[in-house]
Design a protein around this ligand. Structure first.
Ligand SMILES: C[S@@+](CC[C@H](N)C(=O)[O-])C[C@H]1O[C@@H](n2cnc3c(N)ncnc32)[C@H](O)[C@@H]1O
Length: 311
């Protein structure tokens, strides 16, 4: 039985125990199950610095001097100063940043995410200008720089994420252009006219205006797009519609956690999750000749796709 269901069943048994003896036995069972349940969380949540060091050793050989020079006390201050919600490792196996909670983002994020590494093999970032929306805490920003991008423009709608990105880049000896832009609003005039690659992971599914947003950023993308986003599960779930220009789009409505709740969430009360075929059609409409659906997976929060598109 699934651990959560087992826990719930033990609790119900306790509540329904008919007499004292049955109650004592049910309480014992509940205690054992609860301890096992907690232990599985603890096991799952232990960040493994050794594995992270092995995985990230090439990236760490090219970066991380600044953070590596900090004493443990100074690193502890660095980690306390900002409201971190994700961790990477330094060259001594120490945490840079913090987990968001005891169960979320408790692992060491790869310094170069496999999705970006795979994309780079097909379409090398070296010498290119990358626009990264939703830079969060700078983990992918750093990866794009380490892969040799000539210019990386990181964009986020949260000022604390801009600051955390700046700080994490400093830790790994990098610096770049970081701009504040709430993608629900007008394009600030600080945003570049064009870029070569649009890096778009984990952001579109936070927006109330995903089509309008893509209509703004895709024409400015001269070479390639990597888009990773949740989509509507199926036509039955995509029961709402909205119209942009003369085209009507079906979408699955997703209620957002709320601006203040966590640093990952969107900046509005809900988001529109589009259908995969509409995302592909939007890319094609903007002149991307090759649009590949690389992955289509069921995740805890819903269906999610990875798309590569090239002009
Ligand atoms: C789920 S996190 C993804 C972060 C990162 N791209 C990744 O893949 O790990 C979403 C990011 O998008 C940002 N974001 C959400 N809604 C936004 C909006 N309307 N405008 C700008 N940034 C937004 C959040 O602040 C956060 O940094």
């Amino acid at each position: 039985m699934e651990p959560k269901a087992e826990l719930h069943k033990a609790y119900i048994n306790l509540m329904q125990a008919p007499d004292r003896q049955a109650r004592a036995q049910a309480a014992n069972e509940l205690n054992t199950i609860a301890l096992n349940f907690a232990a599985t969380f603890e096991d799952a949540d232990q960040p493994d610095a050794g594995k992270a060091l092995e995985r990230d050793h090439i990236a760490l050989s090219r970066s991380g001097r600044n953070i590596g020079l900090l004493s443990d006390e100074l690193l502890a201050s660095f980690n306390r100063l900002l409201p971190w919600a994700a961790m990477t490792v330094d060259n001594k196996g120490r945490s840079v940043g913090n987990a968001w909670s005891s169960t979320k983002r408790t692992y060491y994020n790869a310094l170069i995410d496999p999705r970006l590494r795979d994309f780079d093999r097909i379409w090398p970032l070296e010498g290119k200008h990358v626009l990264e929306v939703g830079c969060f805490e700078g983990i992918h920003t750093l990866a794009a720089l380490l892969l040799g991008a000539a210019r990386v423009t990181g964009v986020d709608g949260r000022i604390e994420n801009i600051l955390k990105t700046m700080a994490r880049l400093w830790a790994y000896d990098q610096t770049t252009e970081l701009l504040l832009w709430d993608l629900e609003k007008e394009v600030p005039n600080t945003i570049p006219e064009h870029w070569d690659m649009l890096h778009h992971i984990g952001v579109l599914y936070h927006l109330t205006n995903p089509v309008e947003h893509l209509d703004v950023v895709l024409p400015r993308t001269r070479g390639a797009l990597m888009l990773d986003t949740h989509v509507a599960l199926d036509d039955a779930k995509a029961k709402f519609t909205y119209t942009v220009g003369n085209q009507t789009y079906a979408y699955q409505k997703h209620i957002e956690a709320g601006i203040e709740i966590n640093p990952f969430a969107g900046l509005s009360d809900h988001a529109k999750w589009l259908r995969t075929e509409d995302l592909i059609a939007i890319c094609q409409r903007h002149g991307f000749k090759t649009v590949n659906l690389i992955a289509d997976r069921a995740e805890r929060n819903g269906r999610r796709v990875l798309i590569h598109a090239f002009r």
